[in-house]
Design a protein around this ligand. Structure first.
Ligand SMILES: C[S@@+](CC[C@H](N)C(=O)[O-])C[C@H]1O[C@@H](n2cnc3c(N)ncnc32)[C@H](O)[C@@H]1O
Length: 343
């Protein structure tokens, strides 16, 4: 296995083009494309926005002598369909874009230096397929913002990964709204190992064993009960270790709030913050900032398209909520007394 060159003190990112990635994620992408990539399959960037992720991957390709002639397959609809995309373009690029307008011109300008290393697939990902049909060796996922998109990524792109070789980077892994990503990767735990548990918001996995189309279809349907999702999040917390474990506490709260509403979200979050051992951490602070605005209906709409499509929690789910709330309260109390007695 190649060394984790993105952890080296002198590791660089190949490109610092404006975008929504952290520095550690950029280093991860560049170093994977430059040092790990063998050319056995394609490199795919799902959700490039104005091109920051594509530039890091393309810079890695450029500097990788084992992959002549390869290009990064970049996917995006290039439509500023959400306020956070509009805000970013206005504030970072100084462009007067409106909701619903195209930012393709900004992408082309921002990626011009790497144009020879990038093949653009423009359009709604839900209506696209992996046309080259060749194996995929590096898959960067920054588009799985809804269950439908996540399902599409699983059935259309995961199905082309190479067992024993391919790397998947889930960029939204620690975003509270995307609590379904750790749940899905837990569901696929017999197939993937974690090669990098925490670079900013991202986690990198390697596919070890083939995944059957039925398993991918089951993962894409996301018919997991609340209890099952909570168990998956707990298992993933153990697997990723610190600080990812702390970030996933907030994801657990988001899952609670999505199924049971704002009141339960607030109680769960109060216990999670009392237990937290981290401070001055960008991902944690970002997660907490996002929590200020928590709105269960909005998340249900984002995930399911229509909030009424979310399966309602059953009696077992309700029982598990009560038990885990009690356990959280006891654990938070114990944590605080242990800290108090250490002082
Ligand atoms: C968080 S941004 C990606 C950030 C980017 N990776 C970077 O390096 O800055 C998510 C991107 O997903 C794209 N996206 C969202 N829904 C999509 C869809 N249905 N089809 C194609 N692209 C989509 C958005 O246009 C946006 O550019």
């Amino acid at each position: 296995m190649p060394t984790k060159s993105w952890l080296a003190p002198d590791a660089h990112a190949g490109s610092y083009a404006l975008g929504m990635l952290g520095l550690e994620e950029r280093k991860l992408l560049y170093q994977l494309a430059c040092g790990w990539y063998s050319g056995a399959g394609a490199i795919v960037d799902l959700g490039t926005f104005c091109g920051a992720s594509s530039c890091c991957l393309a810079a890695g390709l450029r500097d990788n002598p084992r992959a002549p002639g390869q290009r990064v397959h970049t996917y995006d609809c290039f439509i500023a369909s959400e306020p956070y995309l509009v805000d970013f373009i206005r504030t970072q690029f100084g462009e007067p874009i409106e909701l619903g307008q195209s930012f393709a011109a900004i992408f082309l300008r921002a990626t011009a230096e790497f144009a020879d290393y990038i093949q653009v697939h423009e359009g709604n990902l839900l209506e696209q397929s992996w046309q080259p049909k060749v194996p995929i060796e590096i898959l960067f996922v920054d588009v799985a913002k809804t269950l439908a998109l996540s399902g599409k990524v699983l059935t259309e792109f995961f199905s082309h990964l190479i067992p024993g070789k391919s790397i998947v980077i889930q960029q939204d892994f620690y975003h509270p709204t995307a609590f379904y990503l750790p749940v899905i990767m837990d569901f696929l735990r017999d197939h993937f190992t974690i090669i990098e548990p925490c670079r900013d918001w991202s986690v990198a996995f390697r596919l070890e064993k083939p995944i059957s189309p039925e398993t991918l279809r089951a993962a894409s349907m996301y018919q997991f009960s609340f209890v099952r999702q909570q168990a998956a999040l707990f298992r993933m917390m153990r697997r990723v270790g610190q600080p990812g474990r702390e970030y996933l506490r907030i994801s657990r709260c988001a899952a609670v709030g999505t199924y049971f509403g704002e009141h339960h979200f607030r109680s769960a979050l109060a216990a999670a913050t009392r237990r937290s051992r981290i401070q001055n951490d960008a991902v944690w602070s970002n997660g907490l900032a996002w929590c200020k605005d928590f709105n269960a209906t909005r998340i249900r709409t984002r995930l399911y398209g229509n909030p009424s499509l979310m399966p309602l929690p059953g009696p077992l789910d309700r029982a598990s909520l009560i038990i885990s709330a009690m356990w959280d309260a006891v654990a938070a109390h114990l944590e605080q007394s242990t800290r108090g007695s250490r002082r």
